[in-house]
Design a protein around this ligand. Structure first.
Ligand code: UGA
Length: 351
């Protein structure tokens, strides 16, 4: 099988590529703006990398959609700070550029494996979000945080429409707070525009307090990247066609924690680690309002828990790595990097 991964150097892209090259005989073709995370894979003869931008290199993208069997367009802006700061860029990249890839898949009759998002459920009141029955509940237009969710939602609907009307073969997946080594670049964390786990880790390792936004009672189901990639591998290697035209949540419902609990577990794990740096101040929490942290256009969801019944039933997928273990593995990874490289160019060596 030939797999095309756009955004191959990203968090999901580089972990998925590594797993494919290790466990299968498939070929991977990938494009990204940079290649720091995929360096160890570049010499693999089954991996072809092209440095480029999907918004510019249209011919390369269409040529490779035509050439490959499974297409994963993983390029997107996916950090909440940027939804409120750069809403038009989010729409242009996450919706407009990805729509082009979707249409190439329709035209060339290729299998699209599309990354939707847990954000799509917004402030849905259901105890567990269900792919096929839950309502998608977003806030008012002035709260630009929802532009990412709305862009992804419209693409999910367009893909579904192409599936019904023009026979597009697709499988959609929704990551729920996938975390682990290599999540965000440290530059993003420096600008306070990183996702929560990387942000907290960077704050600890640069001697700054952990900002607890709006009290920290909001909850997420933190899911280890290897479990997420396992879900994608199950889709890619599935023998029957019963995953076609389906949407799957991939999240760990047993790792349902508040942001404050995340911060406390992280600090506890960090303090107990033998590589804890000796010269840094003790980590501490600082309460901040959402307006001060993100700006006035932000709005949050209080909770976000997936139903994974469908992924279990159709794909036999089950998240295996529990919350404490996810935090332990991630802290261990970053403290090892920090010990080697205290100037904090951490993302370059991210596995
Ligand atoms: C994320 C992002 O939208 C995407 O990465 C993705 O599509 C999706 O959710 C997902 O991964 O499932 P969110 O969970 O809000 O959204 O992203 P984080 O930036 O990781 O924030 C989680 C929570 O921590 C939020 O409630 C936020 O207010 C809080 N937070 C974040 C803090 O309290 N302090 C910080 O320094 C950063």
């Amino acid at each position: 099988m030939k797999v095309l991964i756009l955004g191959v150097n990203g968090f999901i892209g580089h972990h998925l590529t590594k797993r494919i090259l290790e466990e299968t005989n498939w070929q991977v073709f990938g494009m990204d703006l940079s290649s720091d995370r995929i360096q160890p894979m570049l010499s693999n003869p089954r991996f072809t990398f092209s440095e480029g931008d999907i918004s510019v290199n249209h011919e390369w993208v269409e040529y490779h959609v035509k050439k490959c069997d499974a297409i994963l367009p993983l390029v997107a802006i996916a950090t909440p700070k940027l939804y409120v700061q750069e809403p038009i860029r989010v729409f242009e990249l996450d919706f407009e550029q990805n729509l082009k890839v979707v249409r190439h898949c329709v035209r060339h009759k290729k299998w699209l494996i599309f990354p939707s998002t847990s954000e799509i459920y917004g402030m849905c009141p259901d105890e567990e979000f269900n792919e096929d029955t839950s309502n998608l509940v977003l806030g008012p237009i002035r709260n630009q945080r929802w532009i990412y969710s709305a862009s992804k939602q419209l693409l999910d609907r367009v893909i579904w429409g192409y599936g019904q009307k023009e026979g597009l073969k697709f499988t959609t997946f929704r990551p729920f707070n996938w975390i682990g080594p290599g999540l965000d670049s440290i530059n993003a964390a420096k600008e306070v525009s990183s996702r929560v786990l990387t942000q907290f880790l960077w704050n600890i390792l640069s001697g700054k307090p952990l900002n607890i936004v709006n009290g920290g009672a909001q909850r997420r189901c933190f899911t280890y990247i290897s479990d997420g990639v396992d879900g994608l591998m199950r889709i890619l290697s599935h023998k029957s066609d019963n995953h076609i035209g389906q949407i799957f949540n991939f999240g760990n419902p047993t790792a349902d924690k508040s942001v404050r609990e995340l911060a406390q577990t992280l600090i506890h794990t960090y303090n107990a680690h033998p590589l804890k740096p000796k010269n840094l101040p003790e980590p501490r929490l600082l309460d901040v309002s959402e307006e001060n942290y993100y700006g006035k256009d932000y709005q949050d969801m209080a909770r976000r828990k997936p139903s994974v019944d469908k992924a279990r039933r159709i794909l036999g997928w089950e998240p295996k790595v529990g919350f404490d273990e996810v935090i332990a593995k991630t802290v261990d990874f970053y403290l090892n990097l920090y010990a080697k490289n205290p100037t904090m160019e951490l993302e370059k060596e991210a596995d």
